[in-house]
Design a protein around this ligand. Structure first.
Ligand code: F6R
Length: 272
């Protein structure tokens, strides 16, 4: 794992967007794994800006979202289908047939889960998977006790996650759906590259647990410690509880992963 600590959430979002754009330029038929949530909003905004400024072509890109609530239709403003249409799909030249979000309305959720895995495989696997982390330590909606080799499936959301996501449901956790369809931890680990984006002081403890704690199914993000190509972008506030943060800060200049972004990072530091 490589951790990069930037000053602000805005810098994290800008670098994440830069990395996605560069992966797309290097591979026009990129298979991009998308996440939703508040953390990603700024990332998609910056990516849309880059797309227009640098004339990025999403025409051959395929996307797979991590998850969707069970029981919400695609046109429900609280669904992740709707979120993605609004924040990214309608703002770049992605082809509708190439965007995939699990169907939480499927009558047979187990069959939908199997078909989702098959579609990922048929697309050649995910090149770059974007990830956020939930208060329970979930990636996707892999709540505590999710097997670290789990595949796409439907599961129950924890009260803590309902609480976390209540903002989209009139601040009422009881209105948040109780179940979701999510890629499994095993599915996520098969992405060729993982990019975890974590901002804000409220994420500091769970980030430290995920990165520096022991691997456990109680915190599915700890499974990223097994991923051979995982970058983590964090702001100062989220980095606050990382025991090794001074080490991580010092190693960045010597770390080949960040070499293409050195100027970008140093200019962000100067402008902070
Ligand atoms: C969303 C997802 C979740 C979120 C996580 C953080 O598709 O899979 O794992 O990334 O819950 O959400 P925010 O960014 O709202 O704090």
């Amino acid at each position: 794992m490589q951790i990069l600590i930037l000053h602000t959430a805005q810098q994290v979002e800008a670098l994440a967007a830069r990395m996605i754009a560069d992966r797309l330029k290097a591979k026009p038929n990129l298979v991009l794994g998308c996440a939703t949530g508040r953390t990603m909003e700024g990332v998609y905004d910056r990516l849309v800006e880059l797309a227009s400024r640098e004339k990025l072509d999403f025409g051959r890109v395929t996307t797979f979202n991590l998850d969707e609530y069970v029981g919400l239709t695609a046109d429900d403003p609280q669904s992740y289908h709707y979120y993605m249409a609004e924040k990214l799909f309608s703002r770049v030249n992605l082809r509708p047939g190439r965007t995939h979000v699990p169907n939480g309305m499927a009558r047979d959720l187990a069959a939908e889960a199997v078909s989702y895995e098959e579609r990922i495989k048929a697309a050649g696997g995910i090149d770059l998977q974007l990830l956020g982390i939930g208060n329970t330590g979930h990636i996707g909606f892999n709540e505590p006790l999710s097997s670290l080799s789990s595949r796409t499936r439907d599961l129950a959301l924890t009260p803590m996650t309902q609480e976390q996501n209540a903002g989209m449901f009139g601040d009422d956790p009881s209105k948040v759906p109780t179940r979701a369809l999510t890629m499994g931890v095993g599915t996520i680990l098969e992405a060729r590259e993982a990019l975890l984006i974590v901002t804000g002081a409220h994420k500091a403890q769970i980030l430290a647990t995920a990165v520096e704690g022991p691997v456990t199914s109680m915190v599915s993000a700890t499974a990223l410690q097994f991923h051979a190509n995982c970058c983590i972008l964090v702001d100062e506030a989220a980095a606050e509880k990382l025991v090794g943060r001074e080490e991580y800060r010092r190693t960045f200049v010597h770390e080949p992963t960040w070499a293409p972004y050195r100027d970008f990072i140093l200019s962000s530091e100067r402008n902070a």
